[in-house]
Write a protein that binds this ligand. Structure first.
Ligand SMILES: NC(=O)c1ccc[n+]([C@@H]2O[C@H](COP(=O)([O-])OP(=O)(O)OC[C@H]3O[C@@H](n4cnc5c(N)ncnc54)[C@H](O)[C@@H]3O)[C@@H](O)[C@H]2O)c1
Length: 438
């Protein structure tokens, strides 16, 4: 099959590489010329374990090419995937301007029948709108079919997830187009669910919103555990042992972030509102998540105030929203830095994906320092905060850290460490909801 994937971000690039590995002839297209020139040279423009090797391998086969010429990319393929961003607008609704720009390009370039596959996460009603919009612009509805094929990959394991999907959801009106998509994915052997457009769109939002609900739920349990002297880690363990509940997405901490959960929860609330439905659970999920980083931080600030005068030096371990990605979008660590900054002499960030200040949201802020080593970050620090559970932070020698720090205090924002081990090393260990001792 000749396939074009428009949008070469986390989703589009992964999709293009994996489709090439399934023996399709694939073009990855993007308007960002710097991304395209990197991809052509075999360099991933983002961090994603394992994907760079598969990219190099696929470029060598000649089955994968990248271009910034969107028109040619559309004309040379029979199946056009759309994987552009759908960020939040101020009011929480999804901004569909990139999708519409691609629709305009397709309408202007179409030179024969195309299956148009919407991989971007789009609000309920968008695939139907796209089909009508293209019909109007092209003037011949027989020249294309639109299929909704929401993406469920997780950054950090994007390649594995794309090669081993739990399910493939295909939403649409055209049996012919759905058959083409089934054939494309057939080598993956995943379960296929065929629905209409609206159902496929809602499956994606409902899935992300449900996972976000699990996170905010355990974070509320964490708040009770903190007051009651219970241990939220064991509460989650006990809940997760119930197969009806499952253990995943039950780690209490500073909250969820990233490019999907925050925007998708907001967009679903906005869509529901437009449809005259109030989503009370999701509104609460959002509120808990928005307040969670500061709820955690309060404990550290109180301890610091009792211990040492301002301005403080704080080491921040991890800025990305989760490990194994360089994605900082909506990372709760950013909220923490912004909240702490006025009271700090320096915030020293250490994150394996960050080398220079211009890779942070504060390129010109002299109080934000990017460190290359843990020793540098800890030197004379008044406290450390673990925001992202990167593997490198599991290997910290805490006895040495205690010797480097002015005040050996650690706020564990992800319940990552064993409290006893850290206390034995001489750290004043702070976490939330981990029993009476924290
Ligand atoms: N990142 C994830 O983990 C993930 C997972 C599932 C679904 N999604 C959804 O997939 C979509 C893409 O997400 P992403 O994280 O890959 O976004 P991204 O921001 O990493 O990439 C989007 C790309 O689209 C390109 N683009 C924008 N307008 C274009 C145009 N007119 N023509 C060609 N290219 C254009 C941008 O230059 C950018 O490279 C979003 O709707 C997102 O919600 C993302």
């Amino acid at each position: 099959m000749r396939i074009t994937v428009i949008g070469s971000g986390y989703v589009g690039t992964t999709t293009a590489i994996v489709l090439a590995s399934l023996n399709h002839q694939v073009i990855g297209a993007d308007i960002d010329t710097s991304k395209i020139s990197k991809l052509k040279k075999g360099i991933l423009p983002f961090v994603e374990p394992g994907l760079n090797d598969l990219l190099s391998e696929m470029l060598k086969t000649g089955r994968l090419n990248f271009t910034d010429n969107i028109v040619t990319a559309i004309q040379e393929s029979d199946v056009i995937y759309i994987a552009v961003g759908t960020p939040s607008r101020e009011d929480g609704t999804a901004d569909l301007r990139y999708l519409q720009a691609v629709a305009d390009r397709i309408a202007g370039a179409i030179n024969g029948y195309k299956v148009i596959v919407v991989k971007s996460t789009v609000p309920v009603g968008t695939n139907r709108w796209l089909s009508d919009y293209l019909s109007d612009k092209i003037g011949n509805p027989k020249l294309f079919d639109v299929v909704s094929n929401p993406e469920f990959l997780r950054e950090g394991s994007a390649m594995y997830d794309t090669l081993h999907p739990d399910r493939t959801v295909l939403g649409g009106m055209s049996g012919h187009a759905i058959e083409i998509l089934k054939e494309i994915y057939q080598p993956l052997g995943s379960k296929v669910l065929i629905t209409d457009w609206e159902t496929a769109e809602l499956i994606k939002y409902a899935s992300n919103s449900f996972l976000a609900t699990k996170v905010s739920f355990i974070n509320e349990m964490c708040r009770i555990a903190e007051r009651a002297g219970a241990n939220v880690v064991e509460v989650a363990q006990g809940m997760g042992m119930d197969v009806r509940i499952g253990a995943k997405f039950l780690n209490a901490g500073i909250g969820y972030g990233g490019s999907c959960f925050p925007k998708d929860v907001k967009a679903l609330i906005a869509t529901a509102r437009e449809l005259g439905v109030e989503l009370k659970i999701l509104e609460a999920v959002e509120t808990v998540n928005r307040t969670q980083p500061l709820f955690y931080l309060k404990k550290l600030v109180q301890t610091l105030r009792e211990t040492v005068d301002k301005p403080w030096i704080v080491a921040l371990l991890g800025l990305t929203f989760k490990p194994n990605t360089d994605d900082q979008r909506e990372s709760p660590a950013i909220r923490i830095v912004e909240e702490l900054l006025p009271d700090c002499q320096e915030i020293r960030i250490i994150d394996p994906t960050i080398e220079f200040p211009d890779q942070t949201p504060w390129p010109d802020e002299r109080k934000v320092v990017v460190c290359k080593t843990v020793e540098e970050a800890f030197s004379a620090a008044d406290a450390a905060i673990l925001c992202t559970e990167w593997e490198m932070f599991a290997k910290i020698n805490w006895e040495e850290a205690v010797r480097c720090m002015r005040n050996p205090i650690l706020l564990d924002g992800r319940n990552f460490y064993n409290p006893e081990q850290l206390r034995a090393a001489g750290i004043r260990y702070l976490a939330l909801g981990r029993g009476n001792s924290t």
